[in-house]
Design a binder for this molecule. Structure first.
Ligand code: NAD
Ligand code: IPM
Ligand code: MN
Length: 372
């Protein structure tokens, strides 16, 4: 895909890549097996083995035995795995999303996966809801800070359940955390020959936390003079993404704003069904997942689009240095879209498993040109 590879590849020393697979809840359990299928087909075509270990962490297990993220999980992943492929977490039977917070946020925070890389790449102009836009117009990546901000879970209730209730939710921004995500965004741009980085915040309304973003941005951008740096308030950014997405190449924002901007970006590129992401700490075990959630309304129907999960797995293989395998998978997704071999969200009539089968065959038989 243009702008590819979508994460910084890391050459690692293990002959067989050791991948942990956490399907999670809802459609996570439907799309991840398809991503695994396509990944295995791509790997076998390249003569590689992948070592896959599945973990059944999610709502079912939580409701059955009360466990969420085992305490030794971060240490185990660091020691025994090269990467993690995750589906989604979220289940109506766990209204406070306790298991999701422990597993998803737990892994992001405890593995210090500070960069959430979310490419928004339009693979076929027929998929964008924007009039008169084509592939070249939607080719940007949202780099979301992934370990701080409003997500740290600091805060509390006072007089809960009374008419005088108070709830606080702290927004944590550290110089170190802000600086490293800004540097990541610039390094990402530099590595892929991109010319523009836009930092988005709300410093006009948040004069402490986002003032830190402003000042840190002012310092960091001086180290990247060849890259055009710009700033937009988040409300304007979201409007500009819709008005003219072609102005963006790399967008960097705090945890919450990056979450929101990446769903908008996903839709500009065809929808949540095909948006991938990587939770990355360069050089360390990292976690890849589709941007979408457990989609309870369509879960169990066998119609979820597996492409977001497939592209997330492809990002993972790029990260692990398995570039040919990754390209095979991207080739398969492009071909499926071109030929209408898609699930209903993209106008097709295939089920999740049928789409996965089709993608696996295409990944396996990809022509040599697809690997360049
Ligand atoms: P969602 O992404 O699950 O669904 C949003 C919309 O997109 C729905 O209309 C859904 O049907 C559609 N959609 C999503 N993925 C699709 C796919 N692969 N194919 C076809 N259509 C797809 O977001 P939500 O409804 O806000 O959240 C549902 C649950 O998922 C909640 O519990 C939420 O907390 C959780 N969630 C988890 C993650 C994660 O684990 N990373 C991400 C987002 C939401
Ligand atoms: C995502 C999701 C999560 C987030 C939710 C489920 C907490 O929306 O991965 O984008 O906000 O990070
Ligand atoms: Mn989200």
């Amino acid at each position: 895909m243009p702008g590819r590879p979508s994460v910084m590849p890391e050459k690692r020393n293990f002959p067989t890549k050791r991948i942990a697979v956490i399907p999670g809840d809802g459609i996570g359990k439907e799309v991840i097996p398809e991503a695994v299928k396509v990944m295995k087909a791509a790997a076998s075509a390249e003569g590689h083995d992948l070592s896959l270990t599945e973990f059944d962490w999610g709502a079912d297990r939580y409701l059955r035995v009360g466990t969420t993220l085992p305490p030794d999980a971060p240490e185990m992943f660091r020691r025994d795995f090269d990467a993690i492929l995750l589906g989604a977490l979220g289940d109506a039977r766990v209204p406070d999303n306790r298991h999701g917070a422990d597993i998803l946020m737990g892994l992001r925070f405890k593995l210090d996966l500070y960069a959430n890389v979310r490419p928004c790449v339009l693979l076929d102009r027929r998929l964008t809801p924007l009039r008169d836009r084509e592939e070249k117009d939607v080719q940007f990546t949202v780099i979301r800070e992934n370990t701080e901000g409003l997500y740290v879970g600091m805060g509390g209730f006072f007089k809960k359940g009374t008419a005088d209730e108070i709830a606080t939710q702290e927004d944590v921004n550290t110089r170190k955390g802000v600086e490293r995500i800004l540097r990541f965004a610039y390094e990402y741009a530099r590595r892929y020959g991109l010319k523009r980085v836009c930092m988005s915040d709300k410093s006009n309304a948040l004069p402490y936390g986002h003032d830190l973003w402003q000042r840190t941005f002012g310092d960091v951008k001086r180290d990247y003079p060849e890259i055009e740096s710009s700033h937009m308030y988040i409300d304007n950014l979201l409007m500009q993404m819709v008005r003219d997405p072609s102005q963006f190449q790399v967008i960097v924002a705090c945890n919450l704003f990056g979450d929101i901007a990446s769903d908008v970006g996903a839709q500009l590129a065809g929808g949540l069904g095909l948006a991938p992401s990587g939770n990355i700490h360069p050089g360390q075990v990292s976690m890849f997942e589709p941007v979408h959630g457990s989609a309870p309304l369509i879960a169990g129907k066998g119609i979820a689009d597996p492409m977001g999960a497939v592209l997330a797995a492809a990002m993972m293989l790029t990260y692990l240095g398995l570039t040919n395998e990754s390209r095979r998978m991207e080739h398969a997704v492009r071909a499926a879209i071109r030929e209408g071999k898609t699930t209903p969200d993209l106008g097709g009539s295939l089920g999740t498993a049928e789409a996965g089968d089709w993608l696996a065959r295409k990944a396996e038989s990809a022509p040599a040109e697809a690997l360049r």
